[in-house]
Design a protein around this ligand. Structure first.
Ligand code: COA
Ligand code: AMP
Length: 630
């Protein structure tokens, strides 16, 4: 069947399409129907089924006689460690961990925050929660304790599972003190914390609250898989919105199982037993879907990689891992390839390894620039596929489905909509625009299985953020176009979200931090183009009238403030003091114009600008730090 046939088959009868895909899942009680319309543009998939995620990701492969197959390969160039965990070992480890959590009171529906680096125990913690029907929320290690505290107060976890430390090149990330501080800051307090002690840094445990990962599992009864309703939340994953308060994206159990399993063959072109590697982090959606759940549900071998594309120890790390572990499909972010390309433009490191096992590469998380794709194609001599998705959708909205058919690659486009997604480009009034014209990218409701049904404890925010602007559609927050062949092009965000090294960040959230500095009267943060990271934040500060502090002191302080409040991942390193900010007559800050000036791209004087001379001052200020040069 061609892509067109598959897409049409979905379009003609979406429910039949997904019911058929659901046959690949082991159900405790199979669904009698696919879609439930909850009214008010809210939908759920396979709501009347009963199922367990951990059973499908682990136990069933053991029952099917594949227990000796490697489930997880841990490869950590940072600690010089390599380890393999078979499916049967994984089943036993997860059942014991789940048993220990259950013995301490964790039940179906309880929330558990997981704050761990790239170690296999992070996946085991996720799977142990799934085994019990507990709802996990993984928090990325690059966030500061304040961000962790915000998530603790929103998710109200009964337990937190954390590692003693994470390891960044040249720096130990002290998870435990960050966790202690977050619990102090949060109004909600967990009943207990489980601490996985790493040998690189052993943390002090708080008597009465903290238990040791190994110690608390001693002698417990392993837990069986608890069947949950199809619409039971499997996890909450917080992502950046327009403010400092992150959105708690929910994933329902059954939809996630069906959709992720479908993608493994159809999009990523792997069969059970093949090795699949997503070089991301469990703290992001890519890590949830494609380091942990999808490869395991589909019976693949997944790789937990604790390292960086460069510097651990060199720009050949990716190729070493691919060749050593026989990786068939590889998934990474364009920024990672840009980092490798910068150090190894001629591909000398690529030539050192036999990567003939590799059949395809997938890029997502940010726009994939054509130069990077072409470089990767030339070096690796396999298709390099750009595909587009979001935390909200959990799997790709647009892709080149290699397992169905390899469509011609058009550089700059993540190719075509996947079954389940009816993409429209809309004008401000919500009318579809012609091929080749720019507009807001929207998806006709209902969204497919595996996408977000709502936000955690925030249904009104879900509706106002995604459903209200274009009734009957999900608003992606991305702008772009479709061409005559139906290929999709993603051009920019329509909101204050920026993408730094494939990490999604809120400029609004950074502005809230800057505004909290006592000398700052007004501020704006914009995302400017960066050759390596895609975008980088720059802050503009107007100081209080009475402030006579040296500017470089204040800028240093705000840089430190963002690092301590949001975290190093914000990569906020540049701030400028200016007298005024450019605004419209109604007082809206002209951030888009500032971005164009900084990038040196063409821009038009906004008709509504209050005082055009301010733009000269902004240009001048940007030039002092090497921007606005064109
Ligand atoms: N825990 C703690 N800190 C972290 C972290 C983690 N898990 N991940 C990143 N950080 C820190 C980094 O150490 C860095 O700190 P610094 O300011 O002290 O140098 C900061 O956050 C910014 O990180 P990042 O923007 O990722 O840059 P980097 O220097 O770590 O890496 C590249 C640079 C080019 C290697 C990077 O672009 C890269 O590959 N990133 C990963 C891309 C990715 O997988 N994205 C996920 C979406 S699919
Ligand atoms: P996240 O939720 O962190 O996965 O970020 C999602 C956002 O990243 C999307 O809304 C896009 O703005 C951007 N993005 C992800 N993949 C792509 C892609 N292939 N091309 C362009 N932008 C992308």
């Amino acid at each position: 069947m061609s892509y067109q046939d598959v897409y049409e088959r979905w379009k003609n009868d979406p429910e039949a399409f997904w019911m058929q895909a659901a046959e690949a899942i082991d159900w405790h009680t199979p669904p009698t129907k696919a879609l439930s319309d909850k009214g008010d543009h809210l939908y759920e998939w396979f709501a009347d089924a009963k199922v367990n995620t951990c059973w499908n990701a682990v136990d069933r492969h053991v029952e099917a006689g594949r227990g000796e197959q490697t489930a997880i390969i841990y490869d950590s160039p940072i600690t010089h460690t390599k380890r393999e965990i078979s499916y049967v070992e994984l089943r036993n480890r997860v059942a014991t961990l789940a048993g220990a959590l259950r013995a301490k009171g964790i039940e179906k529906g309880d929330r558990v925050i997981i704050y761990m680096p790239m170690v296999p125990e992070a996946l085991e913690a996720m799977l142990a929660c799934s085994r019990l029907g507990a709802i996990h929320s993984v928090v990325f290690g690059g966030f500061a304790s304040n961000e962790l505290a915000v998530r603790i107060d929103d998710a109200k976890p009964k337990a937190i599972i954390a590692a003693s430390c994470g390891l960044e090149p040249g720096r130990v990330v002290h998870y435990k003190p960050l966790l202690d501080e977050a619990i102090d800051l949060a109004a909600h307090k967990p009943d207990f914390c489980v601490i996985f002690q790493r040998e690189q840094e052993v943390a002090e445990l708080k008597e009465g609250r903290d238990v040791n990962w190994h110690g608390f599992q001693y002698g417990v009864e392993p837990a069986e898989c608890v069947p949950v309703e199809g619409n039971h939340p499997s996890y909450i994953l917080y992502t950046s919105g327009t403010t400092g308060q992150p959105k708690g994206v929910i994933r329902h159990t059954a939809g996630q199982l069906v959709a992720l399993n479908w993608t493994m063959k159809n999009i990523y072109n792997v069969d059970p037993g093949d090795v699949f590697w997503a070089a991301s982090d469990v703290g992001w959606v890519v890590g949830h879907s494609y380091i942990c759940y999808a490869p395991l549900i589909h019976g693949n071998t997944t790789i937990v990689f604790e390292g960086k594309p460069v510097g651990t120890p060199d720009a050949g790390t990716f190729w070493r891992v691919i060749s050593e572990h026989n990786v068939k499909s590889f998934f990474t972010a364009p920024t990672a390839f840009r980092a490798v390309k910068r150090e190894d433009p001629a591909g000398e490191y690529v030539a050192k390894y036999d990567t003939s096992c590799l059949k395809q590469v997938y890029l997502a998380g940010e726009r994939a620039d054509p130069d990077t794709i072409v470089w990767a194609q030339e070096q690796l001599k396999v298709p390099v596929i750009d595909h587009w998705w979001q935390t909200e959708t959990g799997w790709s909205i647009a892709a080149n489905p290699l397992g169905i058919e390899e469509l011609p690659i058009k550089l700059g486009s993540p190719t075509v909509p996947m079954p389940g997604y009816d993409i429209e480009i809309l004008d401000e009034g919500g009318h579809p625009v012609a091929a080749g014209e720019l507009g807001a990218i929207a998806i006709k409701l209902p969204l497919p299985p595996g996408t977000l049904p709502t936000l955690w404890n925030a249904e009104d925010r879900f509706k106002s953020s995604y459903l209200s602007h274009f009734p009957g559609y999900y608003e992606t927050g991305d702008a772009g176009m479709k061409d005559e062949d139906g290929y999709v092009y993603i051009m920019a965000r329509t909101d204050d979200v920026i993408n730094v090294a494939g990490h999604r960040l809120s400029t609004g959230g950074m502005e809230e931090v800057l505004a909290g500095h006592p000398d700052v009267a007004e501020c704006a943060v914009i995302g400017v183009t960066d050759q390596l990271k895609g975008q980088m934040p720059i802050g503009f500060l107007c100081l209080n009238a009475g402030s006579n502090r040296p500017h470089d002191e204040v800028t240093k302080e705000v840089v430190g403030l963002v690092r301590s409040k949001i975290g190093p991942v914000a990569a906020f390193k540049l701030a400028l003091v200016v007298d005024r900010l450019p605004k419209t007559r109604s007082g809206k800050i002209l951030r888009g114009t500032m971005v164009s000036i900084a990038d040196g791209t063409e821009w038009k004087m906004p008709a509504t600008i209050d005082d055009p001379t301010i733009l000269d001052e902004i240009t001048e200020a940007l030039r002092t730090i090497g921007y606005a040069s064109a």
